[in-house]
Design a protein around this ligand. Structure first.
Ligand SMILES: [Zn+2]
Ligand SMILES: [Zn+2]
Length: 442
């Protein structure tokens, strides 16, 4: 596979003399396989220059566009992506879905009369929208695996495999748990979702990863949905990735600052039990991934498919277990825009009764002053003789600063996820939505 960076900047385009080497355009990466399959990941302002390059030979400008999420820095190039305006072009457009025509509505919204002179209905190319959840699909000759990231909007990372090589795109992601200061580089993360993230990156030839912050900066920016570079290095070491591209550069970071950050990342990587080759993604640069004999791709079963079918799914309901009415109302307010049925229980006994009666899609349990209570509840629920009850996802949330062993104990007891407060309502919403989609309820 052949990879080209067309936009590497995060949050907002930042052209100017300070960003000449690493680039000022926002997220856009092109991946091409030997068989001619072209995948474009994200459509930030970098897509404008890519469109220009593609139009040099419009006969071969078809492709697949994978959108990680619909924040502006990932879609603002869409109205300027020329191949979509050319009759005869074919584009398949994918994004995290689950709400009817959400992607189409977002893209049409940024092209509406007040914002742009050309509307979505003016596109002349042949195109189709595909709603995704976690799972796999084939984009031409490239096998794609999608997995949710941790970001204050529903966001997917993409693992692309073709020609015996693997490239990962994991931008706009925040660690699920704070990296212990004393941990050695590449140590196994404590949070189950961070462990899952490492498995998603496992053995990749190239990991393109959010590295917007440093750990020092992250202390002020927890909940903004981005990764300190130290954690990106940890993941690459733990996943035994061959190369790590630091990506989604902070708009305040000048070229010299990115150089410094990259040097620090390389030094950190050097202490790992595996040493990935670390570099900072630069706009316009290309990477040729190794060619190896490719294994025959097994067919994707319907259960493993990332493509959300139009079939109706069970309406979602979330049971909030919280004794404090004010805290319960805060949670309700945060989840209210999701248009899901919200149920309440004051304590765990009542929650168990409701869980058996109603079988909610998700149980949200806010730990009180005794962190052990959530562990006990998970154990009771998981032992329920009815598998439809025993399998209900349970998200624990706490403002207690728990030790790593306590978090590990919660997961061992059957907790599905573990959130540390304070948590921004936007991040909470996307986390809940991703769990509902994992269980295929909306
Ligand atoms: Zn972004
Ligand atoms: Zn974002």
């Amino acid at each position: 596979m052949h990879v080209r960076f067309w936009g590497t900047r995060g949050s907002i385009a930042k052209p100017g003399p300070a960003t000449l080497r690493y680039g000022g355009n926002t997220s856009c990466v092109e991946v091409c396989a030997d068989d001619g399959t072209r995948v474009v990941i994200d459509c930030g302002t970098g897509a404008h220059e890519l469109a220009h390059a593609l139009m040099a030979d419009p006969t071969s400008a078809d492709g697949h566009l994978l959108v990680s999420h619909t924040h502006w820095d990932h879609i603002q190039g869409f109205p300027f992506f020329d191949p979509l305006f050319v009759s005869g072009q074919r584009w398949e457009i994918y994004a995290p879905g689950g709400r009817a025509q959400h992607l189409e509505a977002c893209l049409a919204g940024q092209m509406s009369y007040d914002y742009h002179p050309v509307s979505l209905s003016d596109l002349e190319a042949s195109y189709r929208f595909h709603d995704l959840t976690e799972g796999q699909f084939d984009a031409g000759g490239i096998r794609v695996t999608a997995q949710y990231l941790n970001h204050p909007a529903l966001t997917l990372g993409y693992r692309l495999e073709a020609d015996g090589a693997t490239v990962i795109y994991a931008s706009d992601h925040e660690p699920h748990s704070v990296r212990p200061a004393e941990s050695r580089p590449g140590a196994e993360p404590v949070h189950q979702e961070d462990q899952r993230h490492v498995r998603f990156l496992a053995g990749a030839d190239l990991v393109i990863h959010d590295a917007q912050y440093t750990l020092d900066e992250y202390a002020q920016k927890s909940g903004w949905g981005h990764t300190p570079f130290e954690c990106a290095v940890d993941y690459a070491i733990a996943a035994r990735a061959v190369r790590l591209a630091l990506y989604h550069h902070d708009p305040w970071r000048a070229d010299g600052d990115v150089d410094d950050l990259c040097q620090r990342a390389r030094k950190l990587a050097g202490y790992g039990h595996h040493v990935p080759d670390v570099f900072a993604a630069a706009e316009g640069s290309t990477i040729e991934l190794p060619h190896r004999p490719a294994a025959v791709r097994p067919p994707i079963s319907p259960r493993a498919s990332a493509l959300i079918s139009a079939e109706p799914v069970r309406a979602a309901s979330v049971l909030i277990v919280e004794a404090d009415p004010a805290a319960a109302q805060t949670l309700r307010d945060a989840l209210e825009p999701e248009q899901i049925r919200l149920l309440g229980a004051d304590d765990e006994n009542e929650a168990l009764v409701l869980a058996r009666e109603v079988r909610p899609s998700l149980i949200f349990l806010r730990l009180g002053h005794k962190a052990t209570s959530g562990v006990a509840f998970c154990r009771r629920l998981r032992r329920d003789p009815d598998p439809r009850v025993a399998d209900i996802p349970v998200v624990l949330m706490t403002d207690l600063r728990l030790k790593a062993e306590s978090i590990a104990e919660a997961f061992q007891a059957g907790a599905t996820d573990y959130l540390s407060e304070p948590i921004k309502p936007t991040l909470l919403r996307s986390r809940v939505r991703s769990w509902l989609l994992r269980s295929r309820t909306t």
